[in-house]
Design a protein around this ligand. Structure first.
Ligand SMILES: *[C@@H]1O[C@H](CO)[C@@H](O)[C@H](O)[C@H]1NC(C)=O
Ligand SMILES: *[C@@H]1O[C@H](CO)[C@@H](O)[C@H](O)[C@H]1NC(C)=O
Ligand SMILES: *[C@@H]1O[C@H](CO)[C@@H](O)[C@H](O)[C@H]1NC(C)=O
Length: 255
């Protein structure tokens, strides 16, 4: 298991649905694996990113005008859905659709390979806080092994379709040493591992850029994992946001 997981060619390069390659659902696996329907609007910071009306990644509202997402989700422009539970009903009460034309990838994204996978997307307008739309603060403390966190997303279902409503799953943070060993060739301190438990809960294709919430703050963003999601002993990889609080703050202030 360790040897396989350490082979970078066994990695799925990001959980994009419409990836850089444009290939759809090129892997086995499912949704937020073994999760359940989130309680409606329980994750009011969750954003859905659309391109030409197609959902392709998630994001997280971290400021009334800024969404954080994975750098591998970069596009020239985005349509951002906020306050959504179902992706099929984009006019849900309490939801908003906002355009975004400016996004800033972390300058060290992919240096080294897969590292520093985050970007900021500036919405063309400010959104006001409501029962269904709210920004969340980024964790300034780094996680500890065993912390219990919640990941949410509209990633693909086992049958290759999108779930109707947002999925939620609890996953535990994995010790850094174990994460380093499992993802040997690509591990970088800008990453954290979570999941891989006996319950097979995991994130998967289409969950990219979405939130990992630990103790009420945003600790990670779905980044990448093994080509098959939800394997026991193989956690998913998240952007370790506690390392980026300064960059996030400065970038928002400067733009
Ligand atoms: C939302 O963002 C504003 C502006 O940065 C900030 O003052 C507020 O504390 C944030 N709310 C939360 C819950 O983080
Ligand atoms: C996650 O864990 C919390 C605390 O144990 C629990 O209340 C919640 O129902 C769990 N959520 C999911 C989606 O499993
Ligand atoms: C969770 O956050 C609260 C404050 O928001 C803090 O007092 C507490 O120590 C944190 N717990 C853990 C386990 O980090």
């Amino acid at each position: 298991m360790v040897a396989t997981a350490g082979n970078p060619w066994g990695l799925f390069l990001g959980y994009l649905i419409f990836g850089v390659t444009g290939s759809r659902a090129s892997r086995a696996g499912g949704q937020i694996i073994n999760g359940e329907d989130c309680s409606p609007h329980s994750q009011p910071w969750q954003a859905a990113l659309f391109l030409d009306n197609e959902f392709f990644c998630a994001g997280v509202l971290v400021h009334p005008q800024w969404v954080l997402s994975a750098a591998h989700c970069f596009q020239d422009s985005y349509t951002v859905g906020l306050g959504l539970h179902s992706l099929e009903a984009r006019q849900e009460p309490g939801s908003r659709v906002v355009e975004a034309t400016l996004s800033i990838q972390h300058p060290e994204y992919n240096k080294p390979f897969l590292a520093n996978d985050l970007m900021l997307i500036r919405l063309d307008e400010l959104v006001s806080e409501s029962d269904t739309i709210r920004n969340i603060s980024v964790a300034s403390l780094c996680p500890s092994a065993g912390d219990s966190c919640l990941v949410s997303g509209w990633g693909l279902l086992v049958d290759g379709r999108l779930p109707t409503v947002l999925q939620c799953a609890n996953v535990s943070v994995v010790a850094e040493e174990e994460c380093t060993e499992l993802y040997d060739a690509v591990y970088h301190p800008s990453m954290l591992c979570a999941g891989g438990g006996q319950d097979r809960k995991d994130s998967c294709n289409g969950d990219s850029g979405g939130p990992l919430i630990c103790n009420g703050s945003l600790q990670g963003l779905v980044s990448f994992g093994q080509a098959q999601c939800g394997q026991v002993g193989v956690p998913g990889v998240y952007t370790n946001l506690c390392k980026f609080t300064d960059w996030i703050e400065k970038t928002i202030q400067a733009s």
